[in-house]
Design a protein around this ligand. Sequence first.
Ligand code: ZN
Length: 196
Amino acid sequence: MKLVRPLFQQILDDTIELFSKKILPLPNKVEVRFQSKDEYMEAVKSNPLIQQQIQFGFYTDIEKEYVGFAVVYAKDKFEMKKLLGLPYIITICDEIAKEVLKPFTSTEVKAYLTHVYLHEMTHIFDKWLKEMLPDVWESCLSQTNGNEQMANELFAEHIPALAMGDKSVALYKDVEKKLWSKIFNRMEQIRKQRGL
Ligand SMILES: [Zn+2]
């Protein structure tokens, strides 16, 4: 499917509706901002979790192998935004998104993007969501031995299923598996070698 820029905001708007209905009514708007691949990859490579993954050898050439394309920067989830009524921002590298999602149908792309957005929205509203779902958050913390950054990622992976139907969950998982299989397999291999 050929992804054009207006589609990113359109699918986000649908996702916001879903999020507001099923999880939490949103205080402010959420908007998409696009970022060039160079800038996006700079930020990816300076992320402490990713740096750790590079050290472990999960990527041989991250510029070519990294298939993530969405992020919420700390400044864009800042609580002042709520007070000032400013929109929260999800940053998208559409160059990567267009490339990696090319082989998929429009239904698959929609399911995958919906999941990506719900994941990022969980990061934006994590403070409220953790208060709302303390058991889910506690279980994420215990599964990651109290590593808060990893627990945040696990939490953001748990929340989307609460809003999406089983069918779209199955669809996004299928796309995710195809996109990340190379890296996931390598992670598995390295974990086994190191006895982790
Ligand atoms: Zn995340």
